[in-house]
Write a protein that binds this ligand. Structure first.
Ligand SMILES: [Ca+2]
Ligand SMILES: [Ca+2]
Ligand SMILES: [Ca+2]
Ligand SMILES: [Ca+2]
Length: 357
């Protein structure tokens, strides 16, 4: 991995805002496919997720990107979210004889050009493919911990949670335990960490996106206080099970009130032709939307849908991204972080951050 000097123009200020308005003037997008609701959004740069805060190449080469899983959290507690790159294959770290999975944390304050941490972690690369990953503060020491969620080849027959301690630079485990979801069912879930009941303890969100009993995407929240043995919530969302695989998922506060909202980022088959952010409201236990907005990144159109505006971009870019949520510009509103891992112009993994407001 070598550092890169390519610089993208930072998009900020009145001049670029005007340029955005010019570019997007007349691009009136209709979101009408979701849950029967009809929403018209004007992607003029003033809508949430309609404009970029930053485009930047990171210090990880795009050729290496497929070996990583991505997450965002503020590792060094400077208020800027850092990029967690969990390297699960093609690692070179010899430790007890076999290559280990590695954690590479890129510093948000350096616009993801320099590393805060590069270390092997206590899971082998051979085993790493059996895990899903998330980041949250398990032991409430202010340091984000790494949630390694073992979803296949578990000894217990259940999904297992292995939490690596941020304070030990992810060398030692805080907990290793089976949780209340079977390994056989695990492949039907997406995972995230958030404090559902706002008791200060990080709960585990298991978002069921296939083979749901209800036919809809479902939110199941496991309580940290029970070490993820008991559920705080079983809820049905307004997103159908058929549509659910078109989404990426994240949890974050949006209204600055600390409530964990569920971000459903639609990256395929959208009505607008753009990737869309649909935020499900914690206050209603996720049946209701608080925001539905197109982003400034193109997605594949849903089958049979024709763009409402002839000039609307149709070349899908969204499949080149991994997605996370974090407040890059520290205005209290989480931004959408698009981690571009393929079809990049810089040769490096790129960070493209859409402003949450
Ligand atoms: Ca930081
Ligand atoms: Ca911690
Ligand atoms: Ca909690
Ligand atoms: Ca923000």
């Amino acid at each position: 991995m070598k550092a890169q000097t390519i610089t993208f123009p930072r998009i900020a200020g009145p001049a670029s805002a005007k340029r955005r308005r010019m570019l997007l003037l007349g691009l009136v997008l209709s979101l009408s496919t979701l849950c029967g609701g009809s929403l018209t959004a004007h992607a003029d740069g003033s809508t949430p997720f309609g404009s970029f805060l930053v485009h930047t190449p990171t210090a990880i080469g795009a050729a290496d990107a497929s070996n990583f899983v991505w997450a965002m959290k503020d590792y060094n507690r400077d208020g800027v979210p850092d990029l967690y790159g969990i390297k699960v294959s093609n690692t070179t770290s010899p430790m007890v004889g076999s290559p280990m999975a590695e954690l590479h944390i890129l510093d948000g304050a350096s616009d993801y050009r320099s590393f805060l941490v590069q270390t092997p972690i206590a899971i082998t690369a051979a085993d790493a493919r059996n895990f899903a990953w998330a980041v949250g503060d398990y032991n409430r020491d202010g340091r984000p911990d790494l949630y390694a969620i073992k979803v296949s080849k578990t000894g217990s027959g259940m999904v297992e949670l292995h939490v690596l301690d941020g304070a030990s630079t992810y060398q030692s485990f805080l907990v290793q335990t089976p949780i209340a979801i079977t390994a056989a069912d695990a492949r039907n879930f997406a995972w995230a960490v958030g404090d559902y009941n706002r008791d200060g303890n990080a709960d585990l969100y298991a978002i069921k996106v296939s083979k749901t009993g209800s036919g809809m995407a479902e939110v199941h929240v496991l309580d940290r206080v029970s070490t993820y043995q008991f559920f705080l919530l079983h809820a049905t969302t307004p997103i159908t099970g058929t549509d659910a695989p078109n989404f990426a998922w994240a949890v974050g506060s949006y209204r600055r009130d600390g409530n964990p909202q569920l971000f459903a980022i639609k990256v395929n088959g959208t009505g607008s032709g753009l990737a869309e952010v649909h935020i499900l409201d914690r206050a209603s236990d996720y049946p209701g939307f608080m925001v539905q907005a197109p982003t400034a990144i193109t997605a594949a159109l849903a089958k049979g849908i024709v763009p409402t505006v002839p000039t609307a971009p149709t070349k899908p870019d969204a499949p080149n991204f991994a997605w996370a949520v974090g407040d890059y510009n520290r205005d209290g509103v989480p931004d959408l972080c698009g981690i571009k891992v393929s079809n990049v112009t810089s040769g490096m993994v790129e960070m493209h951050i859409l402003s949450g407001q």
